[in-house]
Every structure is written in C-alpha cells, then in structure tokens.
Write a protein that binds this ligand. Structure first.
Ligand code: 5RP
Length: 228
C-alpha cells in the first residue's frame, strides 16, 4: 500500500524543473525513491528538493536528488509542491503528522508550498484527530516540565517520547524533545494548532489544518483513491 501510494503521487504530480518539498516516513520515502528513479531514467530533469529530515537527506543523496534549503537562492523561500506522509487524516483532509519526529521541518516546508499532497494508506483515515494516534509537540528541552503542565491543563495526557536503542528521550533534528499528547474528549484541531504554539517553549505541533492537501490513499485491495 505504501509503495503503490508513494509512487502514484510522484507519477501524478511531479514534473521536470519543480522545486519540491520531500517528506519523511515509510510512505513518503517511496515518493522520494520514485523521483530518484524517474530522474535516473532521464524522465525528470531539473528537480530541486528541500528535505524534511535526515532520513530524507540520506535517501536523496543515494539517488542524487539535488538538495537545497528553503533559504537557498535556487529555492527562494517557496516550493511548487510538497509530498509527505501523515499519521492521521480526517474527513476535511486535516492531518496529524510527526510520528517520525520530523514535524517542524515538515510544517515549515508544507506551509511554504503552493501545492501539497499527502500519501497515506487507508489505516490513517479517522473521524476525529488526536484520539488514537498521539499528536506530537516539539518543545525546547528547558521547557519540558512547564510545557507538560500547560498541556495537561488543556486536558491532554502527555508522554515524553523515548528513544529506541538509545537511553533517554528522542532528540529531534533541531535538538528538541517530543511530547506526545492524547485527548480523551473531542478537540478542534484548527483551534489547537494555533493554541498549542502559544505555550512558551513549544516550537511546533503536529496538527496540519491550514492547507488543502490532495490526499492519495492506498487501500489493502490494491486500489488507490485521491481525495481533493
Ligand atoms: C514524520 C511524519 C510521517 O509522514 C508520518 O509519521 C507518516 O509516516 P509513515 O508513512 O511511516 O506512516 O509525519 O514526522
């Protein structure tokens, strides 16, 4: 499902000369690989990419996809298109992202893009965001405890994300911690996206509600649906 969906978005949306934001995760990585493959075949030329994580950087390097930052002169602060994965997608195409810990650059890149597409399998479709999959909050290390307390006052259950195969917490690409939060009662993701960032020390949160992505959804029966 992931491979089919990631490839389909690259085939449908990416054209030569584009300035691209490239997402993170086990679905978006197939988009990156397919762009690399099309480039290698000579079917895509002049791609300039802005990666959203070390994972994406490494994959782009393997495929020879030219990398820039949003601040590079060749990019000039805006992108034609970003393709990324998601942890949850609701009926309005609002998303929760950051399961791979890359939400900060993922959001900066997404919000600097003219067009935005999500690649996800059907297991990501939900009615209510923030219930089953936790919403990640990137917080500077010094603000850990007051941020946890502020999030609890908003009704969230908060867990500090722990690393696997390293003792202690996950450290993001930007040297911060991740707090994974869950709500037991319904929340308004569009309000919370702004509200959470008002907590001192919070750098960004995993609600993505200000974009209207085209969502490519892979189904277990091998079919693909595209939701505008
Ligand atoms: C990383 C992300 C990913 O896009 C999200 O976690 C989905 O990943 P996957 O396709 O592996 O399920 O937001 O920060």
């Amino acid at each position: 499902m992931k491979e089919m969906t990631g490839k389909a978005a690259a085939e449908a949306l990416v054209t030569s000369g584009m300035k691209l934001g490239l997402g993170t995760g086990s679905t978006a990585i197939h988009t990156v690989r397919h762009i690399g493959f099309l480039q290698r075949e000579g079917k895509l030329k002049g791609i300039r990419a802005v990666p959203t994580s070390f994972q994406t950087v490494i994959e782009c390097e393997k495929w020879g996809i030219p990398l820039y930052t949003l601040n590079s002169r060749e990019i000039g602060g805006t992108l034609d298109l970003t393709i990324d994965g998601a942890d949850e997608v609701d009926g309005r195409n609002y998303c929760v992202k950051g399961g791979g810990g890359a939400l900060l650059l993922e959001k900066i890149v997404a919000y600097a893009s003219v067009a935005y597409a999500i690649v996800a399998d059907e297991t990501k479709l939900v009615e209510q965001l923030g219930h089953s999959f936790p919403v990640p909050i990137e917080v500077v290390p010094e603000a850990r405890l007051p941020a946890i307390q502020a999030l609890e006052r908003l009704g969230a259950v908060v867990t500090l994300r722990e690393a696997v195969r390293k003792a202690g917490p996950v450290i993001t690409e930007h040297g911060n911690l991740l707090l994974d939060i869950r709500f037991s009662s319904p929340v308004d993701p569009a309000v919370l996206e702004g509200e959470l960032n008002r907590i001192p020390g919070v750098v960004e949160n995993g609600f993505f509600t200000r974009l209207r992505p085209r969502v490519f959804i892979g189904h277990a029966d091998g079919t693909l649906k595209i939701r505008e």
